[in-house]
Ligand binder design. Structure first.
Ligand code: ARG
Length: 339
């Protein structure tokens, strides 16, 4: 039996593991910054179709509410007890899988980071969001060489100043899951995007995580995209104390992203495999990859353009993740060619 704060139809992991005894132990607990169990699970309560249904309000949440986070994380990530996450962002060399761009339209990799001494986006207040933005922007502006760039604040997001390519650069307000988690508070205040001049590199500030470092190229050069994003993250790590957990690696607002916090994927057009979804799904599963819709999470596949990315983030290093994605895509392209 689990606790009845969740809707009856909900199948999320937070509900599954919130036994009455656990609820009793956690209901009056708070992290140092006042984050509570009910705030953590609000998104799961409001959205029946949540898969995990819980968010962290700060780095302490993972310890304070471990009785609920631990089992949900272990099941979601298939992460055995006693294992520790390791990070490895060393440089990689990989062959370009599709130099003629017959299949792969683009490659995008993002890595999320949060700062230890600031509440995470579900819980941070306006004052601290502002302080954080200031701190981050000053670090970004100090980036030298290839990573030099400009910061675009969303201050005038709703005015006519923000149109065309500038508006396209913005990340949208979060979906209903993020909204109920508290991530949209005061949007678009203190949000912004940093874009480097010479490289296709961006940093989202104050979206679901404090920082989301993104590298995107209209090519299949996965190694280049990966090396760029890792180098940027490494440079930034000299400016900040990133939230890191001994068991769970890099900490993010949503426990689905902990570990590497990396999503590495391509937009790939597979006209033949689109007609043979069982073969495609088997391939994707065997390499631990996932398919998302053309326009991202919880969207449809359009025109046989699939978004294929890594499924694992915890218990696997960044380096291994990329090797695995590369192998999987190689085999998917081979199969598409044969059909
Ligand atoms: N909270 C939602 C759920 O439980 C989203 C999880 C993953 N997505 C994300 N943007 N963090 O299904």
């Amino acid at each position: 039996m689990t606790i009845s704060v969740f809707p009856e139809k909900s199948k999320c992991l937070a509900k599954k593991y919130l036994f009455p005894a656990v609820y009793k132990l956690l209901e009056h607990k708070e992290t140092g910054s006042g984050f509570t169990l009910l705030k953590a699970i609000n998104s799961g309560i409001k959205n029946v179709d949540s898969s995990i249904g819980i968010y962290a309000g700060d780095s302490m949440s993972y310890n304070t509410f471990a009785l609920i986070f631990d089992p949900a994380i272990r099941e979601y990530h298939d992460f055995p007890e006693g294992k520790k996450h390791r990070s490895d962002i060393s440089r990689i060399e990989l062959a370009n899988l599709d130099p003629e761009k017959r299949y792969i339209r683009s490659t995008r990799i993002r890595i999320a980071r949060n700062l230890n001494n600031f509440d995470f986006p579900p819980h941070i207040n306006l004052l601290f969001r502002r302080k954080l933005e200031k701190k981050v922007v000053s670090a970004l502006k100090s980036l030298k060489g290839n990573f030099q760039g400009q910061y675009y604040s969303f201050k005038d997001y709703n005015s006519s100043k923000y149109s065309g390519s500038k508006k396209k650069l913005c990340f949208p307000k979060g979906d209903r899951f993020q909204d109920a988690a508290g991530i949209n508070s005061d949007f678009p205040e203190c949000r912004g995007v940093f874009k480097s001049f010479d490289k296709p590199l961006m940093v989202w500030v104050n979206e679901e995580d404090h920082l989301r470092v993104i590298s995107l190229r209209l090519s299949a050069d996965i190694a280049k995209v990966y090396n760029d994003v890792c180098m940027a993250v490494d440079k930034l790590s000299h400016h900040f104390d990133f939230a890191w957990h001994d068991t769970y690696g890099y900490l993010t607002s949503c426990p689905t992203n902990i570990g590497t916090s990396m999503r590495a994927g391509v937009h790939i057009q597979l006209k033949k495999l689109a007609q043979k979804r069982t073969i495609l799904n088997d391939l994707v599963n065997s390499y631990n990859l996932q398919i998302r819709g053309t326009k991202g999470e919880k969207t449809r596949v359009e025109n046989a353009v699939f978004d294929i990315s890594n499924l694992q983030r915890l218990g696997i290093s960044e380096y291994e993740t990329i090797q695995n994605l590369h192998k999987g895509l190689e085999s998917i392209i081979k199969t598409e060619k044969k059909l």
